[in-house]
Design a protein around this ligand. Structure first.
Ligand code: ADP
Ligand code: MG
Ligand code: ZN
Length: 483
């Protein structure tokens, strides 16, 4: 009896524990200022190494940093756009560590008193809306870049990037899935682009992301030990690395092992995360307020005028697209999730008012990449040609590919390829009459009620026009001629 009684307890213990992922992102964005954050050096990407440097960004003794006003303005715009509270006073601090790409031996950042705190960003994944907390936004300078020689065992350092202004946007651990993390990152990038304060180029490193991830049993509220995945520079890597990490951590926990807090890297070649350093090797940055810089005091009037002059942000454009153009919510969301897409859509609709906005939207949803690449003039004229029946939808898709490949305008491509469907009723009518004359038996059959023969007639006409007849028009013409 005692043995039987213990059975449920044992099997309950053996039930697999369900885990949920807890994810928080630290996102770094280059600000599009012309000069660096604490000196007058240019920030442009791609210049020959070490041509955009001076004594300040190289950390020469005795040089003094002076804060770039524009960088503060841009950072404040992001703070306002993400619903943050801006601190009336914030403080720059030195983050001390040694690395060859950091000439001063410390990075100027913000620590205890950041520029802004307590914001949020609303995201939607598969129709489910979620509000993701933003813990803080602070300003800092970027470090230089190491370039490792492929032919010799040496490395070079390029200090052009040293001192380029960055904002770091730290989220609450509110994200639950890799898809949510990617959506949140895309949402931030989109807002940065709408504000025109960052180019959002992840390949060039203008937007980078560290992802922190832990697992915990569903229902538990505390946080588990986390891995910090460093410096991911594409949406695909963020998703893949988080998915890999969920599997890795779940396997460890299920096997009764512990997760150790550590920093890991995404190895793009091996498609896995690898350990970079553990908690014991974690840096102690010895932050302290930078004595060379005064606290940043944000005047209320300045902040208010920035708030008033914020450009229309994606969430507002999304609502406007629904009211102004009668688009379904889904269409408006997809269009405004990418600034270029939304801008091109709107320019097409405004430039070609005879087109129905929903029709235009359908094309953008169907092939967002092509439609966002070609000019509104090209997309407008393409869709007009479809509407007039000059070309069919399938032909238009072909033309769209050609516009992408050659940059030629749709009308030229249609002429060059002889693509236009024949919608000229009189030309089709004489051809149709010839076909009827040549096939008296079929004509008689049709008139006797065998309406299926219509397919034969239209088929003949398509054959003679090498598929260029407008099939609907052909149908109508035959019906009339065979009455
Ligand atoms: P650090 O400065 O050491 O990187 P923070 O406490 O500032 O640590 O957190 C950095 C990021 O990690 C934040 O986005 C936060 O939400 C997230 N985070 C913190 N703890 C966890 C955890 N246990 N699991 C997942 N994410 C976490
Ligand atoms: Mg961190
Ligand atoms: Zn400089």
């Amino acid at each position: 009896m005692a043995g039987r009684a213990s059975v449920p307890a044992v099997s309950r213990r053996n039930l697999p524990v369900e885990y949920e992922a807890v994810i928080g992102l630290e996102v770094h964005a280059h600000l599009l200022t012309a000069s660096k954050i604490f000196c007058g050096c240019a920030t442009a990407f791609g210049a020959p190494p070490n041509t955009q440097v001076c004594e300040v960004c190289l950390g020469m003794p005795g040089s003094l940093p002076v804060l770039n006003h524009k960088a503060v303005e841009f950072a404040l715009k992001m703070a306002l756009a993400t619903n943050c509270r801006v601190n009336p006073e914030s403080v720059f601090a030195r983050k001390n560590y040694f690395y060859p790409d950091l000439p001063k031996g410390y990075q100027i950042s913000q620590y205890e008193l950041p520029l802004a705190e307590h914001g949020f960003l609303d995201i939607k994944v598969e129709g489910v809306a979620r509000r993701i907390g933003i813990t803080r936004i602070h300003m800092e300078e970027d470090a230089g870049k190491l370039i490792h020689s492929e032919s010799r065992p040496v490395s070079f350092v390029d200090f052009n990037r040293t001192g380029v202004p960055l904002i770091e946007i730290v989220s609450e651990p509110d994200l639950r899935t890799p898809d949510e993390a990617v959506e949140y990152l895309k949402g931030l990038r989109n807002i940065l682009l709408y504000l025109e304060i960052c180019d959002g180029n992840m390949e060039e490193g203008s937007l980078r992301c560290d992802a922190n991830i832990s697992l915990r049993p569903v229902g538990q509220t505390g946080l588990g030990a986390r891995a910090e995945l460093k410096n991911m520079n594409s949406f695909r890597f963020v998703k893949a690395a988080l998915e890999y990490e969920i599997k890795r951590q779940r396997a460890l926990l299920t096997a009764g092992r512990e997760i150790v807090q550590e920093t890991r890297l995404w190895d793009t070649a091996a498609n896995q995360t690898v350990s970079m350093r553990g908690k014991e090797e974690a840096h102690d940055y010895r932050y302290f307020p930078d004595p060379d810089l005064v606290p940043v005091r944000i005047e209320a009037g300045w902040l208010e005028s920035l708030r008033k002059n914020l450009p229309e942000l994606p969430a507002a454009v999304c609502i406007r697209f629904q009211t102004e153009y009668g688009l379904p919510e889904y269409d408006a969301e997809v269009l405004t999730s990418d600034k270029t897409r939304a801008d091109k859509f709107e320019a097409t609709v405004k430039g070609f008012p005879h087109l129905s906005p929903k029709q235009v939207s359908n094309w953008f949803l169907d092939d967002p990449t092509s439609m966002s690449t070609i000019t509104p003039a090209a997309s407008g004229s393409l869709l007009t040609l479809v509407e007039k029946g000059t070309i069919s939808r399938n032909q238009a898709k072909e033309v769209l590919k050609e516009v992408m490949a050659t940059g030629k305008d749709p009308e030229t491509i249609i002429k060059e390829k002889g693509l236009a469907q024949i919608s000229d009723a009189s030309a089709l009518k004489s051809l149709a009459q010839e076909i009827i004359n040549a096939n008296p038996q079929e004509a008689a059959d049709y008139r006797a009620g065998k309406t299926k023969v219509m397919g034969f007639f239209v088929g003949q006409l398509m054959k003679q026009t090498r598929g260029q007849a407008n099939p609907q028009l052909a149908n109508e013409i035959f019906q009339r001629l065979l009455k």
